[in-house]
Design a protein around this ligand. Structure first.
Ligand SMILES: Nc1ncnc2c1ncn2[C@@H]1O[C@H](COP(=O)(O)OP(=O)(O)OP(=O)(O)O)[C@@H](O)[C@H]1O
Ligand SMILES: [Mg+2]
Length: 244
């Protein structure tokens, strides 16, 4: 099947919230394919459907119409367990609102996806230490709770958690929105490095035109529709764009 080569294939996806007069069309007939190893930036005004699109791709919510395939697998035909499994093994998700567990320590928050996969605590903890270092957090914060961290630090914990399973697809919803310029750039550089070295496919939602230049391609949403889809040389990483 042709679509099996794509990391993500979105086919005529429409998402409607509510019914009748209250219905909101968050996405309308969105079609796009993301080849393995591609880094796509998604832009668009608030309410244009960016987070909704990421939720559809992660299988956290289901389209009203259309299909989403991850490496050729149609999410709609998978059982709930199979979908959770695919999410756990293949997808790293950095949520716009962090979604950290308040009662868990930082270390536990970062390590839990590995525990879920069945990896022992000692290994999971060592691996958590590695990814926390990668996102620029000191080892000393490991035993703190999320409420004892700044917003930017919590953001980096969420990023570490998304990367710990070494996913093949990273969905990042404004990952640098709460970070100062320097830290934000360091995170983007890390994502870029994983994209080039490990062929991590990346979908980055951002309001920043600077962050968007890390991608091979920028897709712009407006009122739930794709209004622009352009490839441009990457400015940030001095890399040769795919297809050049
Ligand atoms: N659970 C929901 N129930 C009803 N409407 C929703 C729901 N989630 C999102 N919407 C609506 O769908 C539209 C798209 O929302 P979405 O969160 O995808 O926007 P966004 O592009 O991520 O915006 P932002 O940049 O502010 O994060 C908005 O009009 C929003 O109000
Ligand atoms: Mg959003």
């Amino acid at each position: 099947m042709m679509t099996s080569t794509a990391a993500v294939s979105i086919e005529h996806v429409t998402k409607q919230y509510g019914t009748g007069a209250q219905a909101v069309a968050a996405l309308t007939d969105v079609t796009m394919a993301i080849p393995i190893g591609e880094f796509v930036s998604i832009m668009g005004p608030s309410g244009s459907g960016k987070s909704t699109l990421l939720n559809m791709i992660a299988g956290l919510d289901t389209p009203t119409e259309g299909h989403v395939r991850i490496r050729g697998e149609d999410l709609a035909v998978l059982s709930d367990d199979a979908r959770s499994d695919l999410r756990l093994h293949q997808i790293g998700f950095i949520f716009q609102s962090f979604n950290l567990f308040p009662g868990f320590t930082i270390e536990e928050n970062v390590a839990w996806p590995l525990k879920f996969i069945g990896i022992g605590w000692r290994t999971a903890r060592d691996r958590a230490a590695v990814v926390l270092r990668q996102v620029g957090l000191a080892a000393a914060i490991r035993t703190r709770r999320p409420s004892e961290l700044s917003g930017g630090e919590q953001q980096r914990v969420a990023i570490a958690r998304a990367l710990i399973t070494e996913p093949s697809l990273l969905l990042a919803d404004e990952p640098t929105g709460n970070l100062d310029t320097r830290t934000g750039q360091a995170i983007l550089d890390l994502i870029l490095q994983l994209n080039t070295e490990r062929k991590l496919s990346v979908i980055l939602v951002t309001h920043s035109t600077f962050a968007a230049t890390y991608g091979h391609r920028t897709v712009e949403l407006q009122d739930g529709r794709i209004v622009r889809d352009v490839r441009a040389p990457r400015q940030a990483g001095r890399l040769i764009p795919i297809g050049a």
